[in-house]
Design a protein around this ligand. Structure first.
Ligand SMILES: [Mg+2]
Length: 229
């Protein structure tokens, strides 16, 4: 195997559990809307967490608004306000301790980066909360260029390899989402690694043609051995 010079990570469900972000958002929504719905904020957040593990995951706010007996005519606007609160909240999230340790450990030996999709301001708040700028050499948020450049588009992978001055066959991408994470780096000749977290949010997704990872790990620390770093 060619020796590796750069490891690029996805962010959500790769460097920290995405579920932590979701639940942080639910706490913010619970705090902001409990009075208007005439319910207790903690109970409201608990109800949302319970709904997250059901097929109603995508309709959590609709469900709590309906539970509270809000008139259907007012429900949509209220849900939109909740979505805005959720996306605009300052997340209470932290790197996995093992992720932090690994990044500090690898920093002298390889270049480190991140590529992440999602609404730009939302992802920037996550990057800030996780203090990634201090631990990584380059961070590319694909929404900087617009949604058409979200993964599986190759632009972010080409951009970060160029910024780090590392050849594609010396790069590794570590991600969690089989639907989109590995298509572009596979095409470019990167090594690709799935981090298989038991609780990952997109765990049910399947890989498209050419989108399967070349390696699978269950702990980030396994990267060291996998690439003889
Ligand atoms: Mg992810």
């Amino acid at each position: 195997m060619t020796s590796i010079q750069a490891i690029i990570f996805d962010v959500d469900d790769t460097l920290y559990p995405e579920r932590d972000y979701v639940f942080s958002g639910y706490r913010a929504v619970g705090a902001a809307f409990a009075d208007r719905l005439d319910v207790n904020a903690d109970e409201l957040a608990a109800r949302m967490r319970a709904l997250f593990d059901t097929p109603d995951r995508r309709r959590v706010f609709n469900a709590i608004v309906a539970d509270a007996g809000v008139a259907p005519a007012d429900a949509d606007a209220l849900v939109q306000e909740m979505v805005a609160t959720y996306r605009g909240h300052t997340p209470e999230i932290a790197l996995d301790p093992e992720a932090r340790e690994l990044l500090l450990d690898l920093h002298d030996r390889v270049a480190l980066g991140a590529i992440s999709d999602g609404y730009l301001d939302v992802q920037q708040r996550k990057v800030d909360a996780l203090e990634l700028a201090e631990l990584l050499d380059e961070i590319v948020l694909t929404d900087t260029w617009g949604r058409e450049f979200w993964k599986p588009h190759a632009r972010a992978f080409e951009e970060i390899a160029a910024r780090l001055c590392v050849a594609h066959d010396r790069c590794v991408y570590v991600g969690d989402n089989l639907a989109k994470d590995f298509v572009a780096p596979n095409q470019l000749g990167w090594q690709t690694v799935l981090l298989n977290r038991p609780d990952r949010v997109h765990g049910a997704n399947e890989a498209p043609d050419n989108g399967a990872p070349q390696h699978t790990i269950t702990l980030l620390a396994q990267l060291t051995k996998l690439f003889a770093l």
